[in-house]
Design a protein around this ligand. Structure first.
Ligand SMILES: Nc1ncnc2c1ncn2[C@@H]1O[C@H](COP(=O)(O)OP(=O)(O)OP(=O)(O)O)[C@@H](O)[C@H]1O
Ligand SMILES: [Mg+2]
Length: 225
């Protein structure tokens, strides 16, 4: 964890060619070390687009995104990937697991990219999968897992590097309410250990209330709730 960590968006707009109105409209946002923020908003309001821009996975049409004092938007794709691998965990709305790799191999992947020690990587990935209730699914492939189990593997993959921040797009969207709560509590315990900042996109008000701040995204703007 890095105490001085901050991501800030300054006057960010995002338009897509086929849409008349911008999805994000002159929006500013800031998140600091250990902060936990929820983003609510109706379907199509731009929540995933916003998360992708915060992570440097997509570029804004206008405005700037800073990681500490670095302008993310100016980095090469390769340097953006390095920054993400070191500092950011991302849980995609659709899990994006690699289909030819087992659960534990998917979770180890970000560590392998860093060329760590493979036995350490294995043990770290196993510890997190166990904590998320997947101790008996380590060697299953994505097609052998349920939707909720795949989401838990995707959560484990985002946490395994102990990043400064996790951006999570409906991380428990495929789980029933009871299991969503159980998985989310384990997720929070793991992030507490590393003082990880969180931006959580969710439709679940009870999960949103576990964060320090709640924003609502509508008409391209973030409003505090
Ligand atoms: N690559 C793209 N090209 C064109 N339009 C896009 C693209 N990505 C997103 N959009 C549009 O931008 C708007 C916001 O999409 P986004 O996926 O950010 O919404 P969301 O709030 O995450 O919705 P949901 O809750 O359904 O996941 C939608 O109207 C969508 O169709
Ligand atoms: Mg979305």
């Amino acid at each position: 964890m890095n105490d001085s960590f901050q991501i800030s968006l300054k006057n960010v707009s995002k338009s897509f060619e086929d849409l008349d109105v911008p999805v994000l409209n002159n929006l500013s946002f800031e998140i600091n070390a250990s902060e936990r923020v929820a983003i609510l908003g109706s379907s199509g309001s731009g929540k995933s687009t916003l998360l992708h821009i915060i992570a440097g996975l997509d570029d804004p049409s206008k405005g700037n995104v800073f990681f500490n004092n670095d302008l993310i938007t100016k980095l090469s794709d390769n340097n953006k990937s390095i920054l993400r691998n070191k500092h950011i965990g991302f849980v995609y709305q659709s899990h994006h697991l690699l289909k030819d790799f087992s659960a534990i191999e998917n979770v180890m992947m970000p560590l392998i990219i860093r060329r760590n020690d493979s036995l350490k990587d294995f043990n770290q990935a196993k510890k997190i999968l166990k904590k998320l209730g997947l101790g008996s699914r380590l060697n299953h492939f994505p097609h052998q897992l349920s939707g909720g189990e795949r989401q838990r593997v995707a959560i484990a993959r985002a946490i395994v590097t102990s990043p400064d921040i996790i951006l999570a797009d409906e991380p428990t969207g495929n789980l029933d309410h009871k299991n969503a709560n159980i998985v989310f509590e384990s997720f929070l315990e793991l992030t507490e250990e590393f003082k990880t900042a969180i931006v959580l996109v969710t439709h679940d008000q009870s999960l949103a209330r576990k964060m320090n701040k709640i924003y609502h995204l509508s008409s391209g703007k973030l409003k505090s709730k």
